[in-house]
Design a protein around this ligand. Structure first.
Ligand SMILES: Cc1cc2nc3c(=O)[nH]c(=O)nc-3n(C[C@H](O)[C@H](O)[C@H](O)COP(=O)(O)OP(=O)(O)OC[C@H]3O[C@@H](n4cnc5c(N)ncnc54)[C@H](O)[C@@H]3O)c2cc1C
Length: 198
């Protein structure tokens, strides 16, 4: 990998993380959620040089930060990742921390190289490679997988512009029933949010 601004400060997990390897990576995966981790599982089996980059300080943080009562709507038998069943009984609905734990242990068990606490800010095509600019420097890669998810910003119903002073509308991120299509684990759910996001 080629860090041109500064050496990365984020935690790199796994092998192939040496900054001494100056040639461009084969693949950089932006995002280490379900989609990014599943991609890593396949990349690892192809023997290519790859790296995952994620804004969060640890894998699973996006799930851990959600509301306490959240449970998956998809039963456990459909919640696994490549090579790993979800560790819960069939037809049970894991909680949000169970999901975070599963993702973290999956990443650790497979020793995926992950640069955490690092946000990708822009990406520029340079001849045969991409220059991926991050908060920790620029990384060159031949191919880029964008696995940044569709739920980075909370969505909620529009608040009425005119209302009686006696009516209060909570602004807290309540458990809004956003329409989420199935097969979301694959990370391909580009859900157009019909509600206003803030
Ligand atoms: C409340 C809720 C409940 C859900 N319940 C279910 C369910 O029961 N069953 C189901 O199948 N699906 C469910 N989904 C959908 C499922 O969670 C998502 O489809 C899935 O998380 C998508 O995975 P992903 O890897 O694409 O994205 P994410 O899990 O969101 O991961 C994206 C990662 O990219 C990182 N990232 C984003 N931008 C950058 C950047 N610029 N630089 C570096 N890193 C970046 C983020 O930090 C994050 O870790 C639910 C979603 C929500 C919001």
């Amino acid at each position: 990998m080629a860090f041109t601004d500064s050496e990365p400060q984020g935690r790199v997990v796994g092998n192939d993380s040496s900054a001494a390897a100056r040639r461009p990576l084969d693949v950089i995966v932006i995002g280490a959620g379900q989609a990014g981790l599943a991609m890593a599982w396949f990349l690892a089996r192809r023997g290519v040089r790859y790296l995952l980059v994620d804004s969060n300080p640890e894998v699973g943080a996006a799930w851990r930060s959600r509301w306490d009562s959240l449970r998956l709507f998809s039963p456990a038998q459909y919640d696994g990742l490549p090579g790993s069943e979800f560790p819960a009984a069939v037809d049970t609905h894991p909680g949000k921390d169970d999901v975070a734990d599963f993702l973290a242990s999956y990443a650790e068990r497979n020793a995926f190289p992950i640069l955490t606490s690092t946000t990708v800010t822009r990406m520029i095509r340079q001849a045969a490679d991409f220059a991926v600019h991050t908060t920790q420097g620029t990384i060159a890669a031949r191919q880029v997988v964008v696995a940044t998810g569709a739920f980075q910003r909370p969505c909620g119903p529009q608040r009425p512009s005119r209302r009686s002073a006696s009516v209060s509308v909570p602004r807290a991120p309540v458990a809004v029933a956003v329409t989420v299509p199935r097969a979301a684990w694959s990370g391909v759910s580009q859900v157009p949010c019909s509600m206003r996001c803030w």
